[in-house]
Design a protein. Sequence first.
Length: 325
Amino acid sequence: MKLRRTMAVVMGTAMAVLMTACGQEGEGGGGGGAGGDGPLISIVSKGFQHQFWQAVKQGAEEEAEARGARVTFVGPATEADVEGQMDLLTNELARSPDAIGFAALDSQAAAPLLEQAQSQDIPVVAFDSGVESDVPVTTVATDNKAAAAEAAAHMAEAVGGEGTVALVVHDQTSLSGKERRDGFLEWMAANAPGITVLEPQYGGGDQLESAEIAKSIIRSNPDLSGIYASNEGSAIGVVNGVRESGRDDLVVVGFDSGQAQIDAITAGEMTGAVTQDPVDMGRQLVDAALSAIDGEELPESIDTAFHWYDQSNIEDPEIQAAIYE
């Protein structure tokens, strides 16, 4: 099931994004994802600027509608706006929802607000990225270290087990950023002695910044063999930077999906990528939140799937169900 959805327009400030997202509440006679008077789940994501979050939102809304629940879905203007995300989380707590879903931009910054949620008896379900807190009742996320190791293995194979490779990572504050960096580095250190891995560079998941970083890496390392990019925005930026540098010999390995990455893989500009299943992540987030509202015990983590895709398998049904446009 591919998603053919247009991304929501990103507003210039976090408050504007909040108003845009919460403005959906009037639709359908009820909450942002479903009508009626069922439990309200407030979901605070990392942003709206990537198609990944729109896919998570769709999955959450579909599950909420099926279960008679209501959801709101908000996020800051960029994935670098930690303060904006904290403002959104504060505003959602003021609504006294029945549960909160939270994807942390900074694994530590939200700790006081999560404790506030606990004091209000509002269960918190972490998703995509965990937090350094025991407040969340569970974390719904991809095994990011394992997924990054999968990307590293394909990178090593594509460069023939030798050469120099670089990393453009979306951040070093969220657990997903740390784990997608460390999983790649650890696999390379243990399995690819012939490959030199440069120090990671951080582009905030921003396409333009990641493109500039990629071009700078290429200029400084004429012997470069490949670049790994750790999320959708990073990957699109790296593809653009490589294209603008005229280095079509470089191996580019990405993370996540989206039309630009699908096109780059189809065109041979990207070797392949690891995709999560964001629609399923949204569904499992809502399912876990409803279980928490009912007082059910949940596992410490709920592992969502990931898949490697490239030209050889991009049309396979299993891959088609996980990638999004």
